[in-house]
Ligand binder design. Structure first.
Ligand SMILES: Nc1ncnc2c1ncn2[C@@H]1O[C@H](COP(=O)(O)OP(=O)(O)O)[C@@H](O)[C@H]1O
Ligand SMILES: O=C(CO)[C@@H](O)[C@H](O)COP(=O)(O)O
Length: 476
């Protein structure tokens, strides 16, 4: 395989909520020479948890599937689901399963942290984000309150991507992108916030070093993975930051990602600070910012509705006035952690296909509602939406985005943009280039273009009214 390559080989990894994906990529051309994927399981009863050791095992399986090419890689990088709280004991073993980004149990701790440290605006100004239940700081506060023994046994705290990076290299290293989703890395200073850490009783010595953009985490030291010992390992980053790299994103171009989470984001040259908490003021993996809004209910919620209706996910039907807010897991945007799904407007003539379409509409509306807040002065109002994530392969998702956004849509041909972004980061490290420039050279954002259609204002108004009128039901 490597014989077909024009340049050295790099490996990009996406350790996301549902699976690990690995790509072996030609660092010069961006050609994908091999790929692998292995699933994760999520448990946790009322919460959302995964055993980090499973991610390591899945990484091994995904790399094995890549065959010989992976054994010739010169550099590797790991992108991972953001915010997860990985707690390790003194031997480096997980104290308990990781609390994932979509675990809403820390909602009371989140409210308390906001109140105790000056309110939402103070948090946004200082940290960049209001500490919603998703953020690692709220999860750590939950653990200390509910499982003090587990918190006391914790000798190291990691995020999913840097847990894997450390297992590859033996080095405790993270990056500013993923660190910016913890709630204890302040965007105002570009460093860990020792006052916040003291407030939540977390010793900064338990945290990984934050590498500078472009800095290596180390080299592969683990002999039992197919990766060659001594291959360079980049710092990696959060999955959304990795996808921004993978698209070679320039400031102001909006991305809508349809996966387990739904996200809308853009690279910005201005540090975000949204006191409403809708926009998380993340850092990107280079030196800019990544204002982002994230929903909990996206592809899994809509697929669940399709299964309930016993319909294929593409079997939608237009028409009718039924409205659905598919908040099956509670919701993060808007901040409704205790909400459940809401259906309104059913009639005798409502069809199952219309109910399914209403689920897509509700999921897409929730994301697009946040888009205007995410975009700043850098953003061109008529810029096309880049549609990525597993859902971007679906016609019903794409057409719903076109109908409710009124914007042109581009669906990149490249499908695994997080893994490609990690590969671009690895290639950037190896070739001493800007990873976003590497991705632009690879042409990763090229894809099918769909022109703008007039926005469906009637559907938008029905959804807005249902969200407002349903508030007492959505905030139990
Ligand atoms: N052809 C398709 N059409 C529509 N949706 C799809 C298709 N293929 C996969 N998906 C959706 O993509 C989702 C997984 O997306 P992905 O971005 O890989 O998730 P994550 O990164 O959160 O693990 C699945 O939940 C599934 O609903
Ligand atoms: O919490 C966020 C962003 O803030 C999520 O986007 C996670 O990063 C999980 O991503 P996926 O597994 O859905 O890609």
């Amino acid at each position: 395989m490597a014989a077909q390559a024009a340049g050295p080989l790099v490996v990009g990894v996406d350790s996301s909520t549902q699976s690990t994906k690995a790509l072996v990529v030609d660092a010069v051309t961006g050609a994908v020479l091999a790929r692998g994927q292995a699933s994760h399981t999520i448990g946790g009863g009322a919460g959302k948890e995964s055993d980090p050791r499973q991610w390591w095992q899945a990484l091994g399986e995904a790399l094995d599937q890549c065959g010989d090419a992976v054994r010739q890689a010169s550099a590797v990088s790991v992108g991972g689901q953001q915010h997860g709280l990985v707690t390790l004991d003194a031997a480096g073993e997980p104290v308990r399963p990781a609390l994932l980004w979509n675990d809403v149990r820390p909602a009371p701790q989140s409210e308390r942290l906001i109140a105790e440290l000056g309110g939402a605006k103070a948090w946004a100004d200082r940290v960049g984000s209001v500490p919603r239940p998703a953020l690692t700081v709220a999860k750590w506060a939950w653990l200390r309150e509910h499982e003090p023994d587990a918190a006391a046994a914790t000798a190291a705290v990691r995020l999913p991507h840097d847990y894997l990076t450390e297992r590859l290299t033996g080095e405790a290293v993270t990056d500013r992108g993923d660190a910016s989703g913890t709630g204890w890395w302040a965007s105002s200073t570009g460093a860990y916030d020792t006052e916040i850490l003291a407030h939540v009783g977390l010793d900064p010595a338990l945290l990984p070093r934050v590498a500078l953009p472009g800095e290596a985490a180390g080299t592969v030291h683990a002999g039992h993975l197919p990766l060659p010992k001594g291959a360079l390992v980049a710092a990696g980053t959060g999955d959304n930051m990795a996808a921004a790299l993978g698209l070679g994103l320039r400031p102001g171009l909006p991305v809508l990602s349809l996966g387990t989470s739904g996200t809308v984001y853009a690279v910005s040259t201005h540090r975000p600070a949204d006191p409403s908490g809708t926009v998380a003021g993340f850092a990107d993996a280079r030196g800019d910012w990544l204002p982002l809004a994230c929903t909990l209910n996206c592809t899994l919620a809509v697929d669940r509705v399709a299964a309930l209706l016993a319909r294929d996910r593409e079997a939608v039907e237009a028409g009718g006035g039924v409205v659905m807010l598919p908040y099956l897991d509670g919701e993060r945007t808007p901040n409704l952690p205790n909400a459940s799904g809401l259906v309104h407007g059913l009639r005798h003539d409502t069809t199952a296909g219309q109910v399914l379409q209403a689920a897509y509409d509700g999921a897409v509306f929730t994301l697009l509602e946040a888009l205007d807040r995410v975009l700043d002065a850098d953003a061109a109002p008529d810029a096309p939406l880049l549609l990525i994530g597993g859902g971007a392969r679906g016609r019903a998702w794409r057409e719903t985005v076109r109908r409710l956004s009124g914007r042109p849509v581009v669906v990149p041909e490249a499908q695994e943009l997080v893994a490609l972004g990690a590969a671009a980061q690895a290639a950037g490290l190896l070739l001493e280039e800007d990873p976003a420039a590497v991705a632009r050279r690879w042409g990763t954002a090229r894809g099918a273009e769909y022109e703008a259609r007039p926005r469906d204002d009637a559907a938008w108004e029905r959804l807005t009214a249902t969200l407002a009128d349903g508030a007492p039901l959505l905030r139990p």
